[in-house]
Write a new protein. Structure first.
Length: 334
């Protein structure tokens, strides 16, 4: 689908804002702090169901009591999200719901300047990044992730409570084992798919013979949920002392390798950026392959972080997608 327009009301620093989108590329120009990223955030909420950067109370413009955003597609469908300070409501073609229905979600490839530092970021940042990607590939992954996170939160709260017993925590161990092994299996599969393409696409960008690989690193050794459950059970006293769950897929990491060595430290700044560009192109390709939908591309002020050759590569690879770009400078001639 193609976005025709997006309108914001009391959304962050925008009292009222509207953007008419082009079928191919739309450019949002403005100084830092002018609210450019907020426009992409509003689009993300109405295509994916939630913000990529904050909770709803943080989004309401200061001094107001609600925000509302409205997105219209070129086929005439209009989606609206309203948050009144307590409840967020989606209105999809006259049908209300508390969440954006699965059938109304649309895939998005989001590219932020911070993504260019993904290789050197923390494990939690890398987990969040890949979770967002994998959740678009497969709704079952997203469901397992949400259920795992809910179970983990409940187990950790019990570990901090008084008079907790091993029996009381057992049901949460079962859920963590089930959804944890599901996530482990999905992550192994998706990383293998990415790795099968990563070196070739990287070489098309960097024009060299370097080898790129992502190593999926996990405490979990297999997709056997009984083994997972046994480890949780044996760690009970340790976890009780720590006050949190010390084993599980919530501790996973993704290590980028550059010619067999950790890319963080061995790859140059330019090489690292070529790796991330390759990863973004693969993300868009896999979304199309798995969902038969060309994702909308949201580029948040990344052109200023790339040299001319990588800018051209970015434009070339996304030429068949609707692209919405924010920038502090006009990039038409770049």
């Amino acid at each position: 689908m193609i976005i025709k327009s997006i309108k914001l009301f009391n959304f962050r620093n925008h009292t009222e804002y509207s953007l008419d989108c082009q079928d191919e590329t739309s450019l949002i120009l403005g100084e830092n702090g002018s609210g450019k990223t907020s426009v992409l955030e509003a689009i993300y909420i109405l295509t994916r169901g939630k913000s990529f950067r904050a909770t709803d109370p943080e989004i309401i413009k200061r001094g107001t009591e609600y925000y509302r955003i409205e997105l219209e597609y070129t086929n005439g469908e209009i989606y609206t999200a309203t948050y009144d300070g307590v409840t967020k409501t989606f209105l999809i073609m006259d049908k209300k719901s508390r969440r954006l229905p699965k059938k109304n979600k649309y895939p998005v490839v989001l590219f932020q300047p911070s993504d260019l530092n993904l290789i050197s970021h923390s494990p939690s940042r890398r987990r969040d990044y890949f979770d967002r990607i994998f959740s678009q590939f497969d709704e079952k992954y997203n469901e397992s992730l949400l259920k795992y996170e809910k179970s983990l939160k409940q187990r950790n709260e019990l570990l901090k409570s008084d008079n907790i017993t091993k029996e009381a925590i057992f049901s949460w161990n079962i859920l963590l084992a089930k959804y944890g092994t599901d996530l482990f299996t999905y992550r192994q599969k998706f990383i293998q798919e990415i790795n099968s393409r990563l070196t070739d696409i990287y070489r098309s960008i960097a024009e060299n013979d370097d080898e790129i690989e992502i190593i999926y690193k996990s405490d979990v050794a297999s997709s056997n949920d009984n083994q997972y459950l046994n480890i949780l059970e044996s760690n009970y006293q340790k976890d009780l002392y720590l006050g949190h769950t010390s084993f599980g897929v919530h501790r996973d990491d993704y290590i980028f390798k550059f010619n067999g060595k950790p890319a963080d430290g061995s790859a140059s700044r330019g090489e690292s950026r070529s790796i991330i560009l390759a990863l973004k192109f693969i993300e868009a390709d896999l979304v199309y392959q798995k969902l038969s939908k060309k994702p909308i591309i949201l580029l948040d002020d990344v052109f200023s972080e790339l040299d001319e050759s990588r800018r051209k590569c970015l434009v070339k690879n996304f030429k068949d997608n609707q692209v919405i770009i924010t920038s502090v400078e006009d990039i038409k001639d770049k």
